[in-house]
Design a protein around this ligand. Structure first.
Ligand SMILES: [Zn+2]
Length: 242
C-alpha cells in the first residue's frame, strides 16, 4: 500500500507539468520586465530607499524600518517585526523597476498598518498550513490502510477526508496570496502617481513589472491546485471500493 501510494504519487506528478511551464514563463516575464525597466531612471530622481521612507511616513506607517538585503528580487516586508527589506539592486536605485518593486513592498506595510483582512487571515493560517502539509500524506496512508480493514472502512474514509482538507490548505494559502499581492501592486501604482514619483508614462513601465510579478503568484496558485488534484486522484484510485 505504501509502495503503491508513493509509486502512483510519483508517476502522477506528470499533471504538474503545465503549472511548472507557466511558472517558468512567469519567471522569464518578471526577469525581462525587470531588466528592461531597471535601465530607465525615473525623472523625479527619487531613490528607492528614500522614496519608501517617504511613502511610509505619508501613510502613517513611519515606524516601519527599511533595510538593505542581499541578492536580486529578494525584496520583502516582514509583518512580524515591521521591517521592509530592499534588495541590493533596488535599495540605492532610482530606476522605474526599483521604484515599482519598493512601492509594492510599501503597499504590504500599509496593508499591515491598516489591518487589511486578507493579509491578517494569511498571517493567522500560516502555522495551520504548515501543520496540514506535514500531516496530509501520513493521514492519507493511514486512511487508505484502514479502508481495507473490515469494520474500519468508514473511519478510513473519514481520515482520508481530513487528509485532503489538510493538503488543500496549501492551495487556500496560495489563493489568498493573490488578492494580497494584487492589492499591494494597486496601492503601489496609486502612491507612485499621487506623489509624482512616476509620471503617467513611467507608471506604464511600473505596471508591466508588477503585473509580471503577479503572474508568478498565479502560477504558484495553479501549481498548488494541481498538487491537490493529484493528491485526490491518487487517493481515489487506491482506496478500497465495495
Ligand atoms: Zn508582494
Amino acid at each position: 500500500m505504501i509502495f503503491d501510494f508513493y509509486f502512483l504519487y510519483w508517476i502522477s506528478g506528470i499533471i504538474l507539468i503545465p503549472g511548472m511551464i507557466l511558472a517558468i514563463f512567469a519567471q522569464i516575464k518578471v526577469s525581462s520586465a525587470y531588466k528592461k525597466y531597471s535601465k530607465t531612471s525615473a525623472k523625479s530622481g527619487w531613490i528607492a530607499r528614500e522614496m519608501s521612507e517617504m511613502l511610509l511616513e505619508r501613510a502613517g506607517a513611519g515606524g516601519v524600518r527599511v533595510y538593505k538585503t542581499g541578492g536580486s528580487l529578494t525584496d520583502y516586508y516582514n509583518p512580524s517585526d515591521k521591517t521592509l527589506h530592499l534588495s541590493e539592486t533596488v535599495h540605492d536605485s532610482s530606476s522605474i523597476a526599483a521604484l515599482a518593486v519598493s512601492a509594492h513592498e510599501v503597499g504590504h506595510a500599509i496593508q499591515d498598518n491598516e489591518h487589511y483582512a486578507p493579509l491578517k487571515f494569511r498571517k493567522v493560517i500560516v502555522p495551520i498550513v504548515n501543520l496540514g502539509s506535514r500531516l496530509a500524506i501520513p493521514l492519507a496512508i493511514i486512511g487508505l490502510i484502514l479502508t481495507f480493514f473490515e469494520g474500519f472502512g468508514e473511519f478510513g474514509e473519514f481520515i482520508l477526508f481530513i487528509g485532503i482538507i489538510a493538503y488543500s490548505l496549501t492551495f487556500v494559502f496560495a489563493l489568498i496570496t493573490l488578492p494580497v499581492e494584487i492589492n499591494a501592486s494597486n496601492r503601489a501604482k496609486r502612491l507612485l502617481l499621487q506623489t509624482n514619483v512616476l509620471d503617467e508614462k513611467e507608471i506604464r513601465g511600473a505596471s508591466k513589472v508588477l503585473s509580471a510579478a503577479a503572474w508568478t503568484y498565479v502560477a504558484s496558485m495553479i501549481i498548488s491546485l494541481l498538487y491537490l488534484l493529484r493528491f485526490i486522484l491518487v487517493i481515489s484510485s487506491l482506496r478500497r471500493r465495495d
